[in-house]
Write a protein that binds this ligand. Structure first.
Ligand SMILES: [Zn+2]
Length: 321
């Protein structure tokens, strides 16, 4: 066995043990406790259960939210905000545990094992109840858990698109306003449809009706344009080889083609566009990505590579790799 991955969600905790081929050999699912003390205890119990059979192998946890510069969690769906969850867990299990944002673990999983395999630079994009992402360059996540790199849902959507369709600039849960998430999340798609048609439709309703209902089709096309704008914004800074789309909205048939076509219509003509693909990892993506990231970090530390350290050089020296 090489690593343990824990997918920590608002309702369940799933622990997975991976073998040398990165296949799951054993897993265990429990409900997510409602208090912080119970949550940390439940995670420690899961880690101790998994390590009982396989020894002291790396553990990665993927969860919604962020860890701030003081080591404290910031999360909407877990009772952990303001608590130093990594440090508390480490003291309970007697060693470090990697705690990562779940959009980053999704990206890691897709870049290594999924639809992004073989590409040099991969952007993962989750389009669900919320919107988040991650960036993997050369099989490594660009940012650590304490960084905002990948929080693409909270980039402000461009006025040229929002005003063109008379959409409102809305306050976001993050405290800013006009964020992409307000338009391209599942609730955002419903919001666009309401603004265009006056009707309250779920994303599933919209996916079922856009072929036959002109108002719904217009809403759907506006949504695709705004997603494309987000990807164009990312391309102007990262220029990824591939974009891998996950989350509930990725299940809408043909979504990759719609977004690709919108990207082509809106981007600069004559430049390449990233391959836009649907995620392959399924429900185990988060745990596998977390486990791989923890394993990779452990390997790099053993090899003397300091994670996330930029390649510094002194004047007159050249830098290998
Ligand atoms: Zn926001």
């Amino acid at each position: 066995m090489v690593a343990i991955g824990i997918d920590l969600g608002g309702t369940k905790i799933e622990t997975q043990i991976f073998d040398e081929n990165w296949d799951i050999v054993e897993k265990c699912r429990v409900s997510t406790p409602k208090t912080y003390a119970d949550l940390v205890r439940a995670l420690a119990d899961q880690i101790n259960w998994a390590r009982a059979g396989v020894g002291d192998i790396p553990v990665g946890i993927g969860a919604a939210g962020l860890i701030d510069q003081n080591g404290c969690a910031l999360t909407a769906n877990l009772p952990a905000t303001g608590h130093p969850i990594e440090a508390d867990l480490a003291s309970l299990v007697g060693g470090p545990v990697s705690y990562l944002n779940d959009c980053r673990t999704f990206t890691m999983s897709e870049a290594i094992f999924g639809a992004g395999r073989g590409y040099h630079s991969v952007v993962g994009l989750i389009l669900g109840t919320g919107v988040g992402g991650g960036i993997a360059i050369n099989s490594k996540l660009l940012s650590d858990p304490r960084s905002l790199g990948g929080e693409v849902g909270h980039i402000a959507a461009p006025a040229n698109v929002i005003f063109a369709h008379n959409l409102e600039i809305l306050p976001c849960g993050c405290g800013r306003s006009g964020c992409y998430e307000s338009y391209v999340s599942g609730p955002g798609l419903s919001r666009i449809c309401k603004a265009i048609t006056g009707r309250d439709l779920s994303p599933q309703d919209i996916a079922a009706a856009y072929h036959s209902d002109p108002g719904v089709e217009k809403s759907w096309m506006i949504w695709c344009e705004i997603v494309a704008e987000l990807l164009i914004s990312i391309s102007f800074s990262v220029d990824p080889d591939a974009v891998i789309i996950g989350g509930g909205l990725s299940k809408i048939a043909g979504i990759d083609q719609f977004i690709t076509q919108a990207f082509i219509r809106r981007s600069l003509p004559g430049f390449r566009i990233p391959d836009i693909k649907i995620a392959q990892g399924g429900d185990s993506s988060g745990g596998r990505g977390a486990a791989f990231a923890a394993w990779q970090q452990n390997r790099d530390e053993e090899n003397g590579v300091i994670a996330h350290e930029p390649h510094l050089k002194k004047w007159g020296q050249t830098v290998e790799n």
